[in-house]
Design a protein around this ligand. Structure first.
Ligand code: FES
Ligand code: FES
Length: 183
């Protein structure tokens, strides 16, 4: 892209990155092809599988459906950033709690969907902590960590390997409920 292209600054995993992008570049391609962050995966490239999920301002976004230039100045977290901010004092390569739970519960097989699942699950934990309602929240509007809440909130992330029960168990553990509580 020519140097005359407008500059776009993406704050990715806490680091400001300035790019000159074709305005048609998706956020997914900007991350993978321009910023050398291949952890965010391209599955369908049509907003249907969730493999490309990243966090923007803590909310999940399908990066294949977002134009990078629309996120000038935004704080973006990719799966690489989840590892880096595993906890104060942890080494950058330390696993976060969700990542460790995914390993412990065998929540992946081929791993293609995993980065998107981890980003979505990170946002899910924040939603539960805030008490955000979903369509399966009971009529008393009390959000509990149940299998139904987790499945509903993770419904946009497909897993071709079918690791769904293990994903639910891993997320439930980190959300503060055992597998039983989330069944
Ligand atoms: S690659 Fe974005 S939803 Fe499938
Ligand atoms: S682990 Fe293979 S697609 Fe989910």
């Amino acid at each position: 892209m020519s140097d005359r292209a407008p500059k776009t600054t993406l704050v990715v995993n806490g680091r400001a990155r300035e790019l000159s992008l074709d305005p048609r570049t998706t956020l997914l391609d900007a991350l993978r092809d321009h910023l050398d962050l291949p952890g965010t995966h391209k599955g369908c490239d049509h907003g249907q599988c969730g493999a490309c999920t990243v966090l923007i301002g803590g909310e999940r976004v399908l990066s294949c459906l977002a134009l990078a230039v629309m996120h000038d100045g935004d704080e973006i977290t990719t799966v690489e950033g989840l590892a880096a901010r595993a906890g104060a004092g942890d080494a950058p390569e330390a696993l976060g709690a969700l990542q460790a739970a995914f390993v412990a519960h065998d929540a992946f097989q081929c791993g293609f969907c995993t980065s998107g699942q981890l980003c979505s699950a990170t946002a899910l934990l924040a939603e539960l902590a805030r008490g955000d309602l979903s369509v399966v929240t009971p009529d008393d509007d009390t959000v509990r960590v149940t299998g139904d809440e987790i499945r509903e909130r993770m419904a946009g992330n497909l897993c071709r390997c079918g690791a769904y029960p293990n994903l639910v168990a891993a997320i439930a553990e980190v959300a503060g409920q055992g597998e039983e509580g989330a069944s």
